[in-house]
Design a protein around this ligand. Structure first.
Ligand code: 5GP
Length: 193
């Protein structure tokens, strides 16, 4: 397959405001940029909707699809038995249409995507500081203290790999981060038609 669209891989610690930046970005560049909706075995947070925020799958269903090679990549994130993965069905048809497809994945997932799509554009969104990240995670209040500690420790490991990405977009403010991200995509050839 020689896709005419392009993959944009975005990683960054959970709680760094990555999803907010991505949502705003899609609002601005909705034309040719599409978000791949990941599958996960974790439970929905309040307000999250199946098929919009994630495809929420039972563990058995996730495993069945994994065995059937339905994932471009998948990984057990945070070592808690929760699986996350990118379904081929979220990517292939859109690349074939010439769309740019944005994947929000962890650093292991990003490596797997690059193996299959070496031309992918990679962007890391670090928090302004680790203290800021901790503050945001605690303020969100969606994880218990042990889960927050685990996420912070994974965040430190992820931050150590930020320089493996082509671009780092620091999330000082959402507006500034979205502006920088938009500029990167336009510099790399995305036209907003
Ligand atoms: P959350 O549970 O906060 O929604 O997501 C936690 C983390 O899971 C995200 O920060 C992201 O790094 C990772 N993640 C989300 N979707 C995927 C996916 O499809 N593949 C992989 N490998 N990681 C994902």
């Amino acid at each position: 397959m020689s896709p005419s669209g392009k993959l944009v891989v975005v990683s960054g610690p959970s709680g760094a405001g990555k999803s907010t930046v991505v949502r705003e970005l899609l609002g601005r560049l909705g034309g040719r940029l599409r978000l791949s909706i990941s599958a996960t075995t974790r439970s929905p947070r309040p307000g999250e909707r199946d098929g919009v925020d994630y495809h929420f799958l039972e563990t058995g269903e996730f495993a069945r699809r994994r065995a059937a090679d339905e994932f471009l990549e998948c990984a057990e994130v945070f070592g808690q038995g929760h699986w996350y993965g990118t379904l081929w069905s979220e990517v292939r048809p859109f690349l074939a249409e010439g769309k740019w497809v944005l994947l929000e994945v962890d650093v292991a997932g990003a490596q797997d995507v690059l193996q299959k799509f070496p031309q992918a554009l990679t962007v890391f969104i670090p928090p302004a500081t680790l203290a800021e990240l901790e503050k945001r995670l605690r303020a969100r209040g969606t994880e218990d203290p042990a889960a927050i500690d685990r996420r912070l420790s994974v965040a430190q490991q992820e931050l150590a790999r930020a320089d493996q990405y082509q671009y780092n977009v620091i999330n000082d403010t959402v507006d500034q981060a979205v502006g920088e991200f938009t500029q990167i995509l336009q510099d790399r050839g995305l036209c907003n038609d």
